[in-house]
Ligand binder design. Structure first.
Ligand SMILES: Cc1cc2nc3c(=O)[nH]c(=O)nc-3n(C[C@H](O)[C@H](O)[C@H](O)COP(=O)(O)OP(=O)(O)OC[C@H]3O[C@@H](n4cnc5c(N)ncnc54)[C@H](O)[C@@H]3O)c2cc1C
Length: 493
């Protein structure tokens, strides 16, 4: 099907499910129409789900059609997809095309300050993430939606205003400047973190809203395909250089290039603000990332050419107003990219909304409320976990006690794969709702804390004594304890 031939049985073809109900002209005539603002990652996926549920869907995006656009360097960030995000793509039949544009990452390689390398596989059963270029992913999803009867898309159409009382949407064509108004039956805001649809909901009473910017920003730097850097030949891994307040992460690309993302405080001694000229950039890289410094010949030029991308958490409620409008994806819940779950959770949103629309086919209001009731606790949990994981990646992945924790977690999940799954696996390699994963982790963490306190645990990890102790601590038998959860091996990428 997809990715490198080295992949184990972890990469089976996922059959494309057929939808229970084909498009029905009757439904369309009954005014089952939905307007979506935003054809980023969420919009096209949702459009296909809705069209197959019998809605006639129109989709507007302010940007140019990605099928015609050329993406400039420094603007094409990498997205890692996990089974949680791939399953909805499989459901709409887009999974195979997305896998074709991806590269597998089976674990992290941690680059120490002394040049040492620590390899941390994502799991014991060949678990892997799929790393794709955001721009290519967007194009693939738009192409897929464009083939779907019942979906119409228009680009360069910026949403200026929404009037919920009259159900009118005002759009401005960015090429001609023409301003038009359109009536909508149901409006879905899939217009990202700075959603205009949400801004209009915010003007209404009792709308809760919070945003929290990270004091760090990231910047993309591209390593050429012909790089001779030895580490860049390890293509099935994410490479991380944790350096306390700042860090570098490298993602392999399909074309042999490697995208490096520099995460740094915006202000301070070593920060984006402190890198004022080429010498500053060269010095920080020579001191902290020497094996990357020489691999990017035009390092300083790229640094100053590419933008600093901010990271923001946005939480809001309610996500809907009657049956008139609903927020989805980043418009409803924007999270820091550290856990790599923003797009994955947005795709999961689409499948959950579709399931509620199936249950309430004639009551969109009911479906919108139920969708939020199911999703919000989980997306709130993921927002908090993303902040926690950012600090973990930045400060801890090189820390000996953190590395010991990871070793114990891996040993426990290898010995008791059904009874114990580390938080990262629960989030990235199962479909466990994020809120449940968080709650389970808080209970499991205490067990790992106790094991870490045992003298010489690292050397004794593989002994029967420690295995017995783990079993006791985990409590009821494997199968009993986890009958409601799927083992990682049953989740395919
Ligand atoms: C640096 C970085 C790295 C990331 N890495 C990952 C990762 O590894 N894994 C992961 O799962 N997620 C990742 N994410 C998150 C992911 O990119 C988002 O969660 C995802 O793009 C959300 O999709 P969306 O459709 O809701 O919003 P977007 O993808 O932002 O799409 C919104 C769309 O709405 C359009 N729009 C906006 N305003 C208007 C308007 N007024 N009128 C018309 N159209 C409008 C925009 O043009 C855009 O096309 C990352 C994010 C960043 C910033």
């Amino acid at each position: 099907l997809l990715v490198p031939a080295s992949g184990p049985s972890f990469l089976p073809a996922v059959p494309t499910p057929t939808f229970p109900r084909p498009i029905s002209p009757y439904n369309v005539m009954q005014n089952r129409s939905i307007t979506i603002v935003g054809a980023g990652l969420t919009g096209p996926v949702l459009a296909v789900f809705l069209a197959r549920r019998g809605y006639s869907v129109e989709l507007f995006d302010r940007g140019p059609d990605p099928r015609a656009a050329t993406i400039g360097r420094g603007r094409s960030i990498n997205i890692t997809l996990c089974p949680r995000g791939l399953r909805p793509l499989d459901t709409i039949g887009a999974g195979a095309a997305v896998r074709r544009i991806g590269v597998l990452a089976k674990g992290r390689v941690i680059h120490g300050t002394d040049g040492s390398l620590e390899r941390q596989p994502y799991g014991n059963q060949g678990e892997a993430l799929l790393s794709v270029s955001r721009a290519e992913l967007n194009t693939t999803l738009v192409e897929h939606a464009a083939r779907e009867p019942g979906v119409r898309m228009a680009f360069d159409e910026r949403c200026l205003r929404v009037d919920f009382e009259t159900r009118m949407l005002t759009l401005e064509n960015r090429r001609t400047g023409a301003v038009t108004t359109r009536e909508f039956r149901h409006l879905i805001g899939a217009d990202g973190a700075h959603s205009v649809v949400r801004q209009h909901l915010q003007k209404r009473p009792h709308f809760d809203y919070s945003q929290h910017y990270c004091k760090h920003g990231n910047k993309e730097l591209l390593l050429p395909a012909d790089s001779s850097a030895a580490w860049s030949q390890e293509r099935e891994s994410l490479h991380i250089w944790p350096r306390g307040q700042y860090m570098l992460i490298a993602f392999p690309n399909r074309d042999g290039t490697t995208t490096c993302t520099l995460h740094m405080p915006l202000e301070g001694d070593i920060s984006h603000a402190s890198l004022r000229d080429a010498r500053d950039v060269e010095r920080v890289f020579a001191e902290s990332f020497s094996d990357v410094r020489w691999a990017i010949p035009d390092l300083a030029a790229q640094y100053f050419e590419n933008p600093v991308v901010p990271m923001v958490t946005i939480k809001c409620a309610p996500w809907s107003i009657e049956d008139k409008a609903l927020l989805i994806g980043d418009a409803a819940h924007s999270i820091w990219p550290s856990y790599g779950q923003g797009a994955n959770s947005a795709f999961e949103d689409c499948a959950v909304l579709d399931a509620w629309l199936e249950r309430s086919p004639d009551d969109a209001r009911e479906a919108f409320i139920a969708f939020e009731r199911e999703r919000k606790p989980s997306t709130d949990a993921m927002a908090d976990l993303s902040i926690e994981h950012f600090l973990e990646l930045r400060d801890l992945v090189g820390d000996p006690s953190f590395l010991l924790r990871k070793k114990i977690e891996r040993a426990m999940s290898r010995l008791f794969p059904l009874a114990y799954q580390p938080l990262y696996s629960l989030v990235s390699f199962t479909h466990t709702p994020y809120a449940d994963a968080l709650a389970l982790d808080r209970r499991q963490r205490k067990i790992v804390d106790e094991l870490m306190a045992i003298d010489g645990i690292e050397e004794r990890l593989e002994t029967p004594d420690v295995a017995r102790l783990m079993e006791q601590m985990l409590g009821p038998s494997d199968s009993e304890k986890t009958s409601s959860r799927l083992p990682a091996s049953s989740i395919s990428i």
